[in-house]
Design a protein around this ligand. Structure first.
Ligand SMILES: Nc1ncnc2c1ncn2[C@@H]1O[C@H](COP(=O)(O)OP(=O)(O)OP(=O)(O)O)[C@@H](O)[C@H]1O
Ligand SMILES: [Mg+2]
Length: 302
């Protein structure tokens, strides 16, 4: 079942009098109990999509459904608060420096239920244990923890009320590789033990290969390809996905600035080696294999 689905979601911003189509007609769907990744270069709209799902941005058009409930409607905001949490890239920015670990987690815990500090303590320690931290962390302030430890506290805070969906926006990019892989291991364990769903946003294709079950590739406000991880990595079809996956270092390069703002037709045509006259029209979805779809007119058939 899809726990979350967006339908033709559009989020536009004005910058210097021009409209930025940060998210432009996006349909994504997250299957319950999977780690779904969203990859694409800087500025392509990943964080905007995440923030819009959480209701921080109001869409210009389109809908977001959580278990079939339209959460773009104001009256359904409590559904978001109860079920969806986010972890941001920089743990120091998302943590109030005046709060101890206990104070922050206790505050999160008591949003939905009344608990005394002593009742809350046990649950806070349990949440910390889950991210491989212990009671020693309770009375510490953010500056007394390493980046990796504080990010684990942020994950514990996101998980403490047992949400159904956790969005992680570049959660490991400020961490060293060992800590990043520990966090990945933890998320996989949570997916398996609690059947939690994760939307994992990252630039790092190697990391996404390790963590995800399903991937969406985004370019300039649009999803250009999606599919189960193993299938997508073995057989990338969109010229943009191919470009990403063929690069020796597996790093996402920034080619967005070469794109005109007022493009028409395919969003990638300005950079595409395979461009034909057809690309002046918006590409429709081609289901290449079961569950694997690409938005391109010029895909090689296998
Ligand atoms: N609140 C805002 N007001 C105006 N423009 C915005 C706003 N938020 C995002 N944008 C613009 O929307 C586009 C997409 O930004 P977004 O932050 O979603 O990209 P991203 O894919 O998350 O990039 P990164 O990988 O660097 O985090 C960018 O051009 C950005 O400048
Ligand atoms: Mg971002």
């Amino acid at each position: 079942m899809d726990i979350l689905r967006t339908q033709n979601l559009k989020v536009y911003f004005k910058q210097q009098g021009k409209a930025i189509k940060a998210v432009d007609g996006v349909d994504v769907f997250l299957k319950e109990g999977l780690i779904v990744s969203l990859a694409g270069e800087s500025g392509c709209g990943k964080s905007t999509l995440a923030k819009t799902i959480l209701g921080f941005n109001k869409p210009y058009a389109g809908k977001v459904y959580f278990k079939g409930v339209d959460i773009t409607l104001k009256k359904n905001e409590p559904v978001i608060r109860k079920n969806i949490r986010i972890v941001f890239q920089n743990p120091y920015l998302s943590f109030d420096p005046r709060y101890t670990v206990f104070a922050a987690l206790y505050e999160a815990l008591t949003v939905f239920k009344k608990l005394s500090k002593s009742e809350g303590r046990g649950l806070v320690v349990k949440a910390l244990n889950e991210v491989e931290l212990n009671e020693d962390a309770l009375d510490r302030y953010p500056h007394e923890l390493s980046g990796g430890q504080l990010q684990r506290v942020c994950i514990a805070r996101a998980l403490i009320n047992n949400p159904s969906l956790v969005i992680l926006d570049e959660p490991t990019s400020s961490l060293d590789a060992t800590t990043a892989y520990k966090i990945i291991k933890l998320l996989k364990e949570l997916r398996d033990s609690r059947a939690m769903t994760f939307l994992f946003i990252s630039h790092n294709l190697k990391l996404l290969h390790k963590i995800s079950d399903f991937c969406f590739i985004m370019y300039y406000g649009k999803i250009v390809e999606y599919g189960p991880k193993d299938i997508l990595y073995a057989n990338p079809l969109h010229p943009y996905t191919k470009l990403l996956f063929d690069s020796a270092d597996y790093k996402i390069k920034n080619i967005l600035q070469a794109q005109e703002l007022d493009y028409y037709g395919c969003v990638f045509k300005g950079n595409c080696q395979r461009k034909t006259a057809a690309c002046d029209n918006p590409p429709s979805k081609l289901e290449a294999e079961p569950g694997h779809a690409v938005f391109c007119f010029n895909v090689d058939s296998r």
